[in-house]
Design a binder for this molecule. Structure first.
Ligand SMILES: Nc1ncnc2c1ncn2[C@@H]1O[C@H](COP(=O)(O)OP(=O)(O)OP(=O)(O)O)[C@@H](O)[C@H]1O
Ligand SMILES: [Mg+2]
Length: 288
């Protein structure tokens, strides 16, 4: 595990504890940079949204076990400024699959994941995740949809004024989990990512790699059926990168479907999972 540089200032000054609604939204699924958010209606029933147990959300839309977990049909994403995110992408990923997404910087990897968790909408084509068309989802329906996803963001999106434990627990709390359930899940998840000794640290007191592992812990603590990990090893040394892939493999063996973007072809070569490459938004298969 990488060593940690503790910031003295951060250890002595306890940050302001208030959590802005947009930070809660990130965990409920209304991700911070959500281009669809401005169009989304405010949640009509906050209470329902907060108290629905996460396993209910997980079980929704899972009627057909043979249906793919992810299906993209002729999906293109052209951003307003004209830059191309994806070009006519067709992709099917079965439930329980594990897919690596590679490609150079700017090739569309994050765009693909954003489309899958509904932070961006396709310009063309259709996307379904766990048998649910995500095109028209907004507001609390989008939030409920996102509860079946664990997302590791490329830029972590940790809440700066919350400890490691709180950042990870917050994801469960936002889904309506009870205290006991949160406590039961928290410790083993932190142990899994090797951060039990940093549980009471704030993000500013962690190295980049440690923050990345908090982000991973937050994504997996609710054992979601679909994990979308955007460069989860981008800031890690080779041993920690292998450890992260081992964790994702373990969750995959337990039934989770996993999509991982990475620049690290060495890491990809060490596994036998299917690999796609994006190049200017165009998809090709490197290994099926
Ligand atoms: N919000 C946005 N507005 C306009 N253009 C965008 C936006 N997000 C991404 N793009 C553009 O879409 C293309 C794909 O970007 P994307 O972030 O998906 O690439 P990436 O493969 O994840 O890159 P990296 O490896 O650097 O993370 C790039 O040309 C990028 O500039
Ligand atoms: Mg990216």
């Amino acid at each position: 595990m990488p060593t940690t540089t503790l910031s003295k200032q951060a250890t002595t000054t306890k940050p302001e504890r208030a959590v802005h609604h947009s930070q809660r939204a990130a965990f409920q699924g209304t991700a911070v940079k959500d281009s669809t958010a401005s169009k989304a209606a405010p949640e009509k029933n906050q209470t329902t949204a907060k108290t629905t147990p996460h396993h209910q959300a997980q079980s929704q839309s899972q009627a057909d076990p043979a249906a793919p977990m992810v299906a993209l049909e002729n999906v293109s994403k052209i951003y307003r400024q004209g830059s191309c995110g994806l070009r006519d992408v067709n992709l099917t990923l079965p439930k329980g699959g594990f897919l690596f997404v590679t490609g150079p910087s700017g090739s569309g990897k994050t765009t693909l994941l954003k489309l899958l968790y509904g932070a961006e909408r396709p310009t063309d084509g259709s996307i379904s995740v766990n048998s649910q068309e995500i095109h028209g989802l907004k507001g609390d329906r989008l939030s409920r949809f996102r509860r079946q996803l664990g997302v590791v963001f490329q830029d972590y999106k940790l809440i700066p004024n919350r400890t490691v434990s709180e950042n990870v627990a917050f994801a469960l709390w936002a889904q309506g989990c009870q205290k006991g359930d949160i406590a039961r899940r928290l410790a083993p998840t932190l142990r899994l990512v090797g951060l039990q000794h940093k549980a009471e640290c704030f993000p500013s007191q962690l190295s980049g790699g440690e923050q990345q592992r908090v982000s991973l812990a937050r994504a997996i603590v609710g054992t979601p059926p679909l994990i979308l990990a955007d460069e989860p090893t981008g800031n890690l040394d080779p041993e920690n990168s292998r450890q992260v892939i081992r964790i994702l493999n373990r969750l995959n063996a337990m039934g989770a479907t996993v999509v991982v973007t990475t620049h690290d072809l060495h890491l990809v070569k060490q596994s036998k999972h299917p690999v796609i490459q994006l190049q200017d938004g165009k998809l090709s298969w490197l290994r099926k």
